[in-house]
Ligand binder design. Structure first.
Ligand SMILES: NC(=O)c1ccc[n+]([C@@H]2O[C@H](COP(=O)([O-])OP(=O)(O)OC[C@H]3O[C@@H](n4cnc5c(N)ncnc54)[C@H](OP(=O)(O)O)[C@@H]3O)[C@@H](O)[C@H]2O)c1
Length: 243
């Protein structure tokens, strides 16, 4: 049976991924910062026939990552999905105004967290059949193409954009460095998804998609990861994204 570990699994894209993998018969280790208050995830786990197990994880906290490794033990993990992320607000991060502390937190969660979690679970991944590490990135991490230029808010996302560009660079390097061990790395944009992260803009935009639609595309991309596509930056429908 495929075992999938998903970070930031209590809401948004992460919760939709838990639902879809569990429905497809996978075992899911659903990680979140505050399991006690993750009502939807708890309901999902309760009705999953023991396929969904909830574990605590704050990706910005090294002690929490170490505790997760302890809790997971030697179980193989076929697919690690680094989904947890923040958008770098509440204060704008723009050409004229930088909130340094929040920028560093954004880097810590979005860029550093995924590689720390991958390193902690490296043996679990290597002992699995599929050996896949996935980063949920964003087109906002692209440097050559100014995605989101039409939205005023994109000019206030310096921290978010740079954190996703850093994440892309890290995961691209990981694809190269763990390739000899058979590890495949996916770097995927989930689309413009109606979640807490996109808030009112996501709810009212005609171009936004549901978390279920996004998760379905991401799951297909992950299933289709090969040595040829490992390390590529792709949209959830498979189109490559320029770095
Ligand atoms: N929505 C979009 O349109 C969009 C577009 C491009 C990329 N993305 C990316 O997709 C991923 C999921 O986004 P979303 O839209 O589902 O966002 P969301 O609804 O805001 O959910 C974010 C998730 O990340 C978790 N999280 C935040 N900080 C964490 C930490 N330090 N440790 C562990 N978990 C943490 C949150 O947990 P809490 O409930 O504890 O805060 C929550 O589960 C993110 O990486 C995001 O950058 C989203």
């Amino acid at each position: 049976m495929t075992r999938v570990l998903i970070t930031g699994a209590n809401r948004g894209v992460g919760l939709a991924l838990v639902h879809q993998y569990a429905s497809a018969g996978s075992e899911v280790i659903a990680c979140c910062r505050d399991p006690q208050n993750a009502q939807e995830l708890q309901n999902l786990a309760r009705n999953s026939g023991d396929r969904v197990k909830i574990m605590q994880l704050d990706v910005a906290d090294q002690a929490s990552i170490s505790a997760l490794k302890q809790a997971v033990g030697v179980q193989p993990i076929d697919i690690l999905i680094n989904n947890a992320g923040i958008n770098g607000t509440p204060k704008p991060q723009s050409a004229n105004c930088i909130d340094a502390e929040n920028w560093m937190l954004t880097m810590r969660i979005n860029a550093l967290g995924p590689i720390l979690v991958a390193q902690a679970l490296r043996d679990n991944i290597l002992h699995s059949s599929e050996k896949k590490v996935v980063a949920i990135s964003s087109v906002y991490g692209s440097i050559t193409k100014d995605y989101g230029a039409g939205y005023a808010s994109s000019r206030e996302r310096y921290a978010y954009r740079s954190s996703k560009a850093a994440l892309n660079n890290i995961m691209h390097a990981l694809a190269r460095d763990w390739a000899a061990d058979g590890v495949l790395v996916g770097i995927l944009d989930p689309g413009f998804v109606r979640t807490d992260m996109t808030g009112e803009l996501g709810r009212t935009s005609s171009s936004s998609i549901s978390a279920e639609e996004s998760a379905s595309g991401l799951k297909d991309r992950i299933a289709q990861l090969t040595t040829e596509t490992s390390g590529e930056f792709q949209r959830f429908w498979g189109e490559p994204i320029p770095w």
